[in-house]
Design a protein around this ligand. Sequence first.
Ligand SMILES: [Zn+2]
Length: 478
Amino acid sequence: MAKADCVIRGGLVVSGRGIIRADVLVGDGVIQEVGQNLQAPKAIDASGKYVLPGIIDAHNHPVYADKMDTFSLSAAYGGVTTIMPFFGNLAAWGTPGKTSEIIAKMIEEGERISYLDFAIHAAFVAEDDVRTEIPKLIKMGVPSFKMYMTYPKRGMMMPDDKMLEAMAMAAAEGGMAMVHAENGYAIDYLVEKFTAAGRVSREYFLPSQPNILEVDAVQRAATYAILTDCPLYCVHLSVREAPEIMARMKREGWRIYGETCPQYLSLTNQAVLERGALGKVGPPLREKEDNEAIWRGLASHAIDTVGSDSCNVKAEQKEWGGASTDFISGPGAKPRPGNIFEARFGMPSVETMLPVVYHDGVNGGRITLSRLVQTMCENPAKIFGLYPKKGVIQKDSDADLVIFDPNMPFTISAEGMHSNADFTIFEGKGVIGAPVFSMQRGEVIIEDGQCQRKQGNAQFLPGNRDLATYAKSGFPVE
Ligand SMILES: [Zn+2]
């Protein structure tokens, strides 16, 4: 056995199977042993605290106010150790070009500026030549491909015929499709209808993107996944109807995975009514019944993961468009204040995701801590081909560890965050429980409220070619 560097002593070690009191011996960047009374030159006290696998955020967009540098820094303070951003040939996300070329650049940039290890998902638009891009990307270690079923007017929607082509190709090559499932034509129809009637204030946002349009798109994406035999990952599920659709597909044996986000668990449309554009996300924040149904779906294994969908933008970029007006409604367009439809989508949520899900989920009695670890560590690692290197505390896995103090109360505020985004929609929310220490591959990242990691040490994590290795036919539904 290689020489140990340190031991994390006396904590409660959490996995998807349960919680045990154990020491974790770390050396050469990996976990050498999990057991009792382990010895090493350096000891880190975790008594009275939980030791979690580092959180894996499988859904984020470090292309706005935060690029991979400050985005990963903010994530690190939230107990995240691995990020999986989306990059692609979206006009809104930077220079157009071939998705594989853009991603090659982002891998190189990430290794230079990210504070955390990262994998990458590709995001396709209609112009992408999926027949040549998919094999190329899979060879590069990028086997997951996201497609928007909405935003046709913003040039982001993947038409159904191209989506089928991409799914068939991904299936043939061992990849996976990911979808933002909302019916874009129907949303545009409703937005136009409300706009024509002068109904553009915040209270018309949710009615313009009703539940049924997510239901329709999830079912349609699932239908195409079945036709093409392509594994499918539905990002940011938000509607109360979603868990039952996912559960049914899983019971039938299809490789279908569902993700939700803290904002769909803990926030309602009330946030939009109170704070306007700051609460504008796609899909929209919904109602209490939706929150509770999604929690139950998470607990019952109908929904597999929690990702952040963090889009770190500044408040003025949301309200007024700022430098990014062309993202909103065409080049040169200036959004009109007070028009919710012209405000920008997205909110920062990565730094708060673990405390929010822990507080409302575990303290709130909705999920167990083991289920939290399944949905925020193990499952993303399994689904995207990083397991057991990431996502679990066991011998030979990367020493990506978080010490979590379940008794630490704090109030979420933008001031306490480490992002260039200057607001959080969770402002003022009181929670109990916070990450207080983290390491990656044995190297300390966060200690005493400071980031110890230097840029240039993050690794790109290629996803497995066969994404179904560990998640063969979906996870069983309880
Ligand atoms: Zn997203």
